[in-house]
Write a protein that binds this ligand. Structure first.
Ligand code: AG3
Length: 283
């Protein structure tokens, strides 16, 4: 008998996404969470944390373009960048395309995620395998790490899971306060901010917390097929630079590397929100 094996992530009690899988490449539990990496027919290899889709080989370019390039093309001179979470390495890979960046630090709480990504997701982990002198890895809790760093980073990217499990603290005001202090005077923070369609309540409190700390807070969107509803968002929180008013379109247009999702027009377009998404974060 030929078996059909399908993986389903439920997005609500009554809906979800389902994908046909061919094999399990890794399945194990760390101190923090359950990690699974499976082969799917439609999306290539897929990483799950506690049963939730984190990345797939086929659509990760969208998320990783969008968590990195809007901030790195808004800040005029991003030299030092910190990533909190992001143990798969996709975010670091995109940061490394920016020649102005001298040094990037990855602070991931779970060493198993880093190890298995280097093993099984090499297209994402290619810059965190220890061979790039511009990249430093720290296995640590993001909160503990930034508490020890002040006035140091141009950009901090929060590449977290949903606010359940180890990432809960990364959505709270106290954490944003620490991020603010760890940033230089003209620093920018980006955080993945869930689905405007399914996660209105999370967005409400997250953006309230961000506004309590940062003078400039905007939401931007991206289309990510394997995340809940396919409609995903990021928070742009900043001390001085505005993502549209301070955006140098020519610099983005003359970038020397290829991006399959991001471009200089989409940079502006991503900040235009449908009404229901605006309403989620209205002051
Ligand atoms: N981090 C965001 C994952 C959120 C997905 N949520 C879900 N499937 N319910 C992705 C990490 C990529 N570096």
């Amino acid at each position: 008998m030929i078996m059909d094996l399908w993986y389903t992530e439920k997005h609500s009690d009554n809906a979800g996404i389902t994908m046909k899988t061919t094999q399990t490449l890794f399945s194990g539990k760390s101190k923090y969470q359950q990690l699974d990496i499976v082969e799917t027919l439609e999306f290539g290899r897929m990483m799950l944390l506690d049963g939730l889709v984190m990345v797939t080989e086929r659509d990760e370019f969208i998320y990783h373009d969008m968590i990195v390039h809007p901030a790195l093309f808004t800040h005029p001179n991003p030299k030092k960048v910190l990533v909190i979470g992001g143990g798969d390495g996709g975010t670091i890979r995109e940061i490394m395309k920016h020649e102005r960046v001298e040094h990037a630090v990855l602070c991931e709480i779970d060493s198993l995620v880093i190890e298995k990504s280097i093993d099984l997701l090499p297209s994402m982990a290619c810059e965190i395998d220890g061979n790039n002198p511009r990249v430093t890895l720290h296995v640590d809790d993001g909160l503990a790490y930034i508490r020890e760093h002040q006035n140091e980073f141009d950009i901090i990217l929060v590449d977290s899971t949903d606010p359940i499990g180890p990432a809960v603290g990364l959505f709270e005001e106290n954490f944003y306060q620490l991020v603010f202090s760890a940033l230089k005077d003209d620093g920018i923070m980006i955080a993945q901010s869930e689905s405007p369609f399914y996660h209105a309540e999370i967005q409400k409190s997250m953006y309230r917390n961000l506004r309590a700390v940062f003078p400039i807070v905007e939401m931007y969107q991206a289309f990510i097929p394997t995340y809940p509803s396919g409609f995903w968002s990021f928070a742009f929180a900043s001390k001085t630079y505005h993502p549209i008013r301070d955006f140098d379109q020519n610099r983005a247009a003359s970038r020397k590397f290829h991006t399959r999702y991001y471009n200089e027009d989409l940079h502006r377009g991503a900040f235009m929100l449908p009404t229901f998404a605006r309403e989620n974060i209205a002051e």
